[in-house]
Design a protein around this ligand. Structure first.
Ligand code: 6PG
Length: 233
């Protein structure tokens, strides 16, 4: 079962989540002189990114990457890289290293998978902290219901590190970290806001074993440690 932390508003949640993630990063730096962080895109994380960017730690030793990416150039507003570069990699966190999940030489995410897997395998996994979001359809990362490669991307036994996914609700073609990479994180967070997402999460915690209608349930069921849910109205 997930561990839930409720807050009165987005700003309070952002400060608490930024503090928890910063602690994980400091622990990684103390233990291995390096720390790994993966974050999700979308609208929800902006306050969190701003709060995390203010945290004082040795950001030069932190590698930041994405949980998933829309297949658009990093100059586009829809790009998660664009979001992270504008809202997280600034102030204190400007000194962090960033590993992109976009490859301009590839016209499709499918063409880029080998190159992207090489980037991820070069990281000293597992992540110290990985922050997921969730859509109103129960998707997380790019595990969208009806996704063409959803089964492969969420197979707990896959050795693949990244997957390409095309799905009715995804907009652009996507590239995503696979389920084992996500649930193997030392600290796994789910940042959701609003009553509708809380209802979806409740349904997912009660979904039956093979319910890919709410892909977040696949993460909840396979996480190495309880998923830390951060929620506000
Ligand atoms: C993305 C994200 C995705 C996101 C959810 C929630 O690329 O869209 O990685 O998994 O976390 O779609 O997005 P919102 O925060 O915009 O609701």
């Amino acid at each position: 079962m997930p561990s839930t932390h409720n807050f009165d508003n987005s700003e309070q949640l952002a400060q608490a989540l930024a503090s928890a993630v910063a602690t994980n990063l400091r622990e990684g730096i103390d233990a291995r002189d390096a720390a790994l962080l993966a974050v999700s895109g979308g609208r929800t994380p902006v306050h969190f990114f701003h709060a995390l960017s203010q945290q004082k730690l040795d950001w030069r030793k932190v590698v930041v990457t994405l949980v998933d990416e829309r297949w658009v150039a990093p100059t586009q507003d829809r790009s998660n890289e664009h979001l992270v570069r504008n809202h997280l990699l600034r102030d204190e966190a400007a000194q962090a290293q960033f590993v992109s999940l976009f490859e301009p030489a590839a016209t499709t995410p499918e063409e880029a998978l080998t190159a992207l897997a090489t980037r991820i395998v070069m990281l000293d996994l597992p992540f110290d902290a990985l922050v997921l979001g969730m859509g109103d359809d129960g998707h997380t990362a790019s595990f969208f219901p009806g996704g063409d490669n959803l089964a492969q991307a969420t197979n707990p036994l896959t050795h693949a590190l990244v997957a390409a996914i095309r799905a009715p609700g995804a907009g652009e073609p996507r590239v995503t970290l696979t389920l084992p990479v996500i649930v193997g994180s030392r600290n796994l967070y789910l940042h959701i806001e609003g009553a509708q997402k809380r209802r979806i999460l409740f349904d997912a915690t009660n979904a039956d074993a093979n319910d890919d209608k709410l892909p977040i349930s696949l993460v909840l069921r396979n996480a190495r440690a309880p998923v830390q849910v951060y929620w506000c109205p």
